[in-house]
Ligand binder design. Structure first.
Ligand SMILES: Nc1ncnc2c1ncn2[C@@H]1O[C@H](COP(=O)(O)OP(=O)(O)O)[C@@H](O)[C@H]1O
Ligand SMILES: [Mg+2]
Length: 204
């Protein structure tokens, strides 16, 4: 694979999108070809699945396993239609949420099993994984307060978000080489950007 694949993870409102855009702008300025994308979504079909998953009013009674499979269906399409071809062409791909989100939210917080979801991710990606993952975290309250876009998952109760964070931190412990866990509490956007760029350079 000629390109590099980096993912941005974390709970609601921690600054994933802000930081991904900053990093993309910086790398583009340096002459890299950068593709930014997001999950769920990233292709027309996967964006339709995103709609189903995130509309705040919809899908009452959505079963946890249905939810998981919809995320994975969207991922398979996104990965093979968009991410992998870009990597084969040598691009740097920055993705806003990816496989760790499914492990933390559906595997850990929804209780479907962290290992089970990691195994399903691995099946979909044929064992491939991101070259590096930036996991941003802060105490859940400040994260949720910052989040402006309301969606079905951001509307979950606080203890759900606490479990998501716990799941993410467990993933960071399991994959210390791939995942950089960055506590953004009290840090400015610029400070966080500097720390992320430092690590991206090491991964590159
Ligand atoms: N380090 C930071 N300090 C203060 N505010 C921040 C910081 N990072 C992001 N924000 C603000 O918090 C809000 C949510 O950020 P966003 O990047 O959309 O989070 P996410 O994509 O993780 O949900 C935005 O208004 C953003 O400007
Ligand atoms: Mg975002």
């Amino acid at each position: 694979m000629k390109g590099l694949f980096f993912t941005f993870e974390g709970g609601e409102g921690v600054g994933k999108t802000t930081q991904l855009k900053r990093a993309a702008a910086r790398l583009e300025k340096e002459g890299y070809h950068v593709l930014t994308t997001r999950e769920p979504g990233g292709t027309p079909l996967a964006e339709e699945i995103r709609e189903m998953l995130l509309r705040p009013s919809g899908e009452n009674g959505l079963h946890a396993k249905t939810e998981l499979l919809l995320y994975l269906a969207a991922r398979a399409q996104h990965y093979y239609e968009k991410i992998l071809p870009a990597l084969e062409k040598g691009s740097i791909v920055l993705c806003d949420r990816f496989m760790d989100a499914t492990a933390a939210y559906q595997g850990f917080a929804r209780g479907l099993g962290l290992e089970k979801v990691e195994e399903m991710n691995s099946w979909i990606l044929e064992g491939r994984e991101p070259d590096g993952t930036v996991l941003l975290y802060t105490d859940i309250r400040s994260g949720l307060q910052r989040e402006r876009a309301v969606n079905r998952l951001s509307l979950e109760p606080e203890d759900f978000h606490a479990r998501v964070l716990e799941g993410y931190l467990e993933l960071a412990r399991r994959h210390p080489g791939r995942i950089l866990a960055l506590d953004v509490t009290g840090r400015t956007i610029d400070e966080v950007n500097r720390l992320i760029m430092e690590r991206l350079r090491k991964w590159m």
